[in-house]
Design a protein around this ligand. Structure first.
Ligand SMILES: Cc1ncc(COP(=O)(O)O)c(C=O)c1O
Length: 390
């Protein structure tokens, strides 16, 4: 056996032993908020379809009819990179819509949030720069930092005194400092203090990049994200959003200044060296973006559900966190979450467990991802179920 296979086998055995072995599940059809999973229809609390648009059959059929009945034909592939023949005119329309929605000069669409985060920092930063990143930022931001030539340091999660100490310590030592944060943290559902970050970035002349992957569509009057809810859309240098979550499509975007957009088009490897998104997806993203602007009632409902669920969990003495539609229930050991997962599934809920290394040791959790197309009665039993196995 090749040495590499031997090591792989050993590592996988250790993962099995520690109940960390992951496998890919076959997922069946989605019907509204429900999903077919291992032959059963379960309430899907494991997706990022926060507004319920992904499960909205009527809207989906409406779009399919729009594109199938009409000429010109909307292709299922773009067959090349954006810089060759992949830049279908829907890109321009979508980017104009995004720039108008955020009231910013320009927008740029990418294949995914992963492409955005692994492409932007490497494109913008140089060896003379420094990236300061929240300790709990998403893996794609960390990977972007690894690829970038700039020095990469992490500040303690939401600890802006620590961030400021790093800014102070590095004052004058770099061409440019970049501060990168998520707005809604994906595993804890807590929020960055964007006001504080804008203050710091102004004071230290840093560039601020905010990933609104879980904030876009769920926060702000028109669904821009936490940047809109806090009135700071114009103060953040680059706002990143994804289409794969509340916007129920595929892809991601940055809204920023024209200069930054032009620079990224010329230098960003994950934009240049990859096949562009299919027009059929870009058209759907346009439709969803337009629709979601009007979904303030759904956003309010989503946050009210999250508040009620947090309260009910705390009443039962369960450990939860955050201030968004993502409600983690921190159960500690991997054994606990595996049991919680089974109990929830038995009761008709799909809320898959998140274990280390995705989250820190001893904070294995059930991550409840709420959605606007359900009511309190749908999730009311959950605190009791989790309490019983805790
Ligand atoms: C904060 C954050 N950024 C980026 C991504 C990646 O986005 P995408 O799924 O579009 O690659 C995710 C999740 O997947 C995320 O949670």
């Amino acid at each position: 056996m090749l040495p590499v296979f031997e090591s792989m086998e050993k590592e996988l055995e250790a993962l099995q032993k520690n109940r960390r072995f992951r496998r890919l599940f076959d997922i069946g059809d989605r019907k509204g908020c429900r999903i077919e999973f291992e032959g059963r229809s379960l309430l899907n609390l494991s997706s990022n379809d926060y507004l319920g648009i992904g499960g909205d059959r009527i809207m989906t059929l409406e779009y399919l009819e729009e594109i199938s009945g009409n000429e010109p034909h909307v292709a299922l592939t773009s067959s090349s990179s954006r810089l060759l023949t992949g830049n279908h005119r829907f890109y321009g329309l979508l980017e104009s819509m995004l720039a108008a929605l955020y009231g910013r000069e320009a927008a740029l669409v990418f294949n995914s949030g992963y492409h955005a985060n692994t492409g932007i920092l490497p494109a913008l930063s140089t060896r003379q720069d420094l990236v300061l990143s929240d300790k709990l930022n998403h893996a794609s931001i960390i990977d972007g930092g690894r690829i970038a030539e700039a020095a990469f340091k992490r500040y303690r999660h939401l600890d802006y005194d620590h961030l400021e100490a790093l800014l102070e310590e590095n004052r004058g030592k770099h061409r440019q400092v970049f501060i990168v944060t998520e707005s809604v943290f994906s595993m804890d559902g807590d929020l960055a203090d964007l006001k504080k970050l804008v203050e710091l970035k102004d004071r230290y002349r840093a560039m601020l990049i905010v990933d609104e992957a879980h904030g876009a569509g769920t926060f702000g009057r028109s669904g821009q994200g936490v940047c809109e809810a806090t009135g700071l859309t114009k103060d953040i240098d680059i706002i990143i959003g994804t289409f794969g979550k509340a916007f129920a499509s595929t892809g991601a975007y940055a809204v920023t200044d024209r200069l930054v957009r032009d620079y990224l088009v010329n230098t960003m490897r994950t934009l240049i060296f990859t096949t562009a998104l299919p027009p059929v997806i870009l058209g759907w993203s346009k439709k969803v973006l337009e629709q979601q602007r009007t979904m303030s009632d759904e956003r309010r409902h989503l946050h009210s559900l999250a508040g009620m669920l947090r309260e009910a969990l705390q009443e039962k003495g369960m450990r939860t966190a955050g201030a968004s539609q993502i409600v983690p229930v921190i159960m500690g050991t991997n054994e606990n979450v595996v049991r919680a997962d089974a109990a929830l599934r038995n009761a008709g809920f799909l809320a898959l467990p998140v274990r280390p290394p995705t989250v820190p040791e001893n904070t294995a959790r059930i991550r409840l991802s709420l959605r606007a197309d359900i009511g309190w009665e749908d999730i009311a039993p959950i605190p009791g179920i989790l309490h019983a196995i805790h």
